[in-house]
Design a protein around this ligand. Structure first.
Ligand SMILES: Cc1nc2c(=O)[nH]c(=O)nc-2n(C[C@H](O)[C@H](O)[C@H](O)CO)c1C
Length: 153
């Protein structure tokens, strides 16, 4: 199994390095990395990782800034990532950490690391152990902040 890691220089946390570190805990996984300037450059980077570099799944890591134009661009980048999935018939796990999700820089770094690591595990499970995800269906998982749990009846 080969996992692609696409990340950006715009991000304020080295999310790519964190993803690689987490993936290395899974011995059976090969890794291909591609770093681009910003999240709008991620869709084609992911497509190349899948079509030309043989990745079975890609983790797309980005950090939208706090301004309105960043949020608009994040929406566009997200649509590009969905299009790339449909064009390649492969999953691309979008891991975006919005700068204004966190109260301060310390929490931003913490959140980016935790969300990245949790989604790296999701990516491995999606390809190698889909039954693990099925067992977690409906359990209110969240990546980064605390899980919310299942809704009570
Ligand atoms: C406005 C803007 N905001 C962000 C952002 O919040 N996060 C990010 O990763 N990149 C941003 N960019 C840069 C674009 O994604 C892209 O790198 C450039 O437009 C060059 O293609 C732009 C242009």
């Amino acid at each position: 199994m080969k996992v692609g890691v696409a990340d950006t220089t715009f991000a304020r946390v080295n999310m790519g390095a964190i993803a690689v570190d987490e993936l290395k805990r899974h011995a059976s996984v090969a890794i291909e990395r591609s770093t681009v300037p910003g999240f709008k450059d991620l869709p084609v980077a992911c497509k190349i990782l899948i079509e030309e570099r043989g990745c079975d799944i890609v983790i797309a890591l980005g950090m939208p800034g706090g301004q309105e134009k960043d949020k608009l661009c994040a929406h566009e980048a997200s649509q590009g990532l969905m299009l790339a999935q449909l064009m390649t018939n492969h999953h691309i796990i979008e891991v975006f950490v919005h700068e204004d999700e966190a109260r301060d820089e310390r929490e931003l770094a913490w959140l980016a690391e935790r969300r990245t690591r949790e989604h790296a595990v999701n990516a491995v499970n999606l390809v190698l152990r889909p039954d693990v995800l099925t067992r977690m269906a409906g359990t209110g998982q969240r990546q980064g902040f605390e899980d919310v749990g299942p809704a009570r009846q």
